[in-house]
Design a protein around this ligand. Structure first.
Ligand SMILES: [Cu+2]
Length: 376
């Protein structure tokens, strides 16, 4: 156990302010070429750079004379949302954050005390909070105008705070490389104002499922951590999907459905639940360079098949393969900004508006993503 945690009550506003502070820090990390080379020119994004935009960044939409728009790409929380023109590369970095606090059973909140009460759910330990940071490195390349290849490497850092039936508090943590995602995005419809592509994705079991840490019951030994503290699925996962986008002069919109299908069992004889993610968004081009967006995201995951025999499902809800399923709907707002011709800085954050969990299970309170994308 790393630390007996002081009861840190992260509120929405606190989380949001730290998130926005990180966003501001990221902006200073990537100063615009305009700022560096022409400090005296007043407009940050002079109109004369538009021609250069078109040359530097042929967009996936191929909409001709328009050049790049900030909303050519979906809100940054959406992956594999766009394709590229033949020969074009893109590299990207995303910082994603998720905060969970308090438990829920179905759509009802349940107290931590009731989870460990022998007359309640009867567990020995309950998680009280979880915080996840993820650094996602991505690359895209288009060998042709109808095929874009994408690869994503996540680095995951998770911390979970707990309280035991006797009132002792402890924290476990794990960090490392997660599951590498590969995808082929195949355009099946491309018109002036609408675009559809298939997402043919595969997730490789590069993330550890053997993460260990100490608990009050482990007598100073490292022991296997429960399912949500593991960094990968341990299985090869198919990620099929369909993405549709459209746009007019001031607006753009889109929808995406993605499935995650686990193939077989992992080395620890379980497979995470299959999941489906559906999202829809709309973005308004507030200026030539900045768009703002609204989005709804629905995620639905099943329970775990099989079980890790090193985990005792009666000890803590997170070790119970039958308490992982759930449905969540998030409402998110975001912004994309074009910087220079080829850089994009984006931010998106949101809150769940509906959660229905096979509980007791930690509820999600906040999700946020900050991203940088560079095409060349
Ligand atoms: Cu891209």
């Amino acid at each position: 156990m790393h630390a007996v945690c002081a009861a840190s009550k992260s509120t929405h506003t606190m989380t949001l302010s730290t998130f926005v502070a990180s966003a501001a820090a990221l902006t200073t990390l990537f100063p615009t070429p305009t700022q560096q080379t022409t400090p005296n020119e007043e407009p940050l994004f002079p109109a004369t750079m538009q021609e250069e935009d078109t040359r530097l960044h042929g967009t996936g939409h191929h909409h001709g004379e328009g050049g790049s728009r900030p909303d050519d790409h979906a809100p940054i929380g959406v992956m594999q949302d766009h394709v590229h023109a033949e020969g074009e590369w893109m590299v990207s970095y995303r910082y994603m954050q998720m905060d969970m606090a308090g438990s829920r059973d179905g759509t009802d909140r349940v107290s931590d005390a009731s989870v460990v009460d022998p007359a309640g759910f009867g567990f020995m330990v309950t998680p009280t909070e979880m915080h996840m940071d993820m650094h996602m490195f991505g690359a895209m390349y288009a060998p042709s105008n109808t095929l874009t290849l994408a690869a994503m490497l996540p680095y995951v850092d998770v911390q979970m705070d707990h309280v035991t039936r006797s009132g002792a508090q402890f924290r476990t943590s794990a960090s490392g490389v997660g599951d590498i995602a590969l995808a082929a995005l195949l355009t099946v419809h491309d018109a002036e104002s609408s675009h559809v592509h298939l997402n043919l994705g595969l997730s490789a079991p590069t993330g550890s499922i053997d993460e260990e840490d100490q608990t009050p019951a482990s007598m100073g030994n490292d022991v296997q951590l429960p399912y949500p503290m593991q960094l990968g699925s341990g299985t090869w996962d198919l990620r099929p999907g369909l993405t549709w986008t459209g746009l007019n002069d001031s607006w753009s919109w889109g929808a995406q459905a993605l499935g995650t299908l686990r193939m077989g069992r992992n080395d620890r004889d379980y497979s995470l639940g299959d999941r489906v993610d559906v999202t829809a968004w709309a973005a308004y081009r507030a200026t030539e360079r900045v768009s703002i967006s609204g989005r709804l995201a629905l995620g639905r995951i099943k329970n775990i098949d099989g079980a890790d025999s090193d985990l005792n499902p009666g000890m803590v809800p997170t070790a119970d393969p039958g308490r992982r399923a759930g449905t969540r709907v998030d409402a998110l707002v975001g912004a994309n900004a074009l910087i220079g011709g080829a850089h994009r800085l984006s931010l998106e954050f949101g809150y769940p508006i509906h959660q229905d969990l096979n509980g007791p299970q930690l509820e999600t309170d906040f999700v946020g993503t900050i991203g940088w994308q560079f095409s060349f």
